[in-house]
Design a protein around this ligand. Structure first.
Ligand SMILES: [Fe+2]
Ligand SMILES: [Fe+2]
Length: 170
């Protein structure tokens, strides 16, 4: 089956993951230009899902949110808050953990992307056109204050993840 939206978003997941890998390639240091590109990529990806893909699917579903949408939205909030503190080994570990589960829920057979693709099959070209016009999400300088990390931890808890537990497990 031809799955243009699935392919578009899944390729973007891989692109974003590659940027994070590049930023963390050298042990004990972060390559900040790649890390910045990773943050821009992830926030722009979330923007495309929240502003274009998910609303289009919900609209085509008689305006009823898809069952998994609330979980994905909470995880988008958590991932967004994790972009605020400067990177550390623990922070990056938590980002990878959440991203892996999140991307799987979107990509797996019968997951969010399959559901969106099926619901919007009559407007694929229109959606791809809108997606191609999305501007990059704005990214602010890192906030090094302790409350930025605390606020990310609370946002993660709301999405069902315990930051310290994930960061401290081998
Ligand atoms: Fe997502
Ligand atoms: Fe995604």
């Amino acid at each position: 089956m031809n799955k243009p939206l699935y392919n578009f978003f899944t390729n973007d997941h891989h692109r974003i993951e590659a940027l994070l890998n590049k930023a963390t390639e050298k042990a004990g240091e972060f390559e900040m230009e790649s890390y910045l590109q990773f943050r821009i990529g992830l926030l722009t990806h979330i923007k495309m899902e929240e502003k274009i893909l998910f609303p289009a699917a919900q609209k085509a579903n008689n305006n009823i949110p898809l069952p998994i949408a609330a979980r994905l939205r909470a995880e988008h909030g958590a991932l967004t808050s994790l972009m605020v503190p400067p990177p550390s080994a623990g922070l990056v570990k938590v980002i990878r953990h959440v991203l892996e589960k999140h991307d799987l829920a979107e990509e797996e057979p019968g997951g969010m992307y399959d559901a969106c693709e099926a619901l919007t099959k009559n407007q694929v070209n229109e959606l791809l056109e809108q997606l191609s016009k999305v501007t990059e999400a704005p990214v602010h300088p890192h906030n090094t204050a302790a409350y930025a990390l605390e606020s990310a931890k609370r946002s993660l808890l709301r999405a069902g993840y315990n930051y310290d537990e994930i960061a401290n497990t081998a």
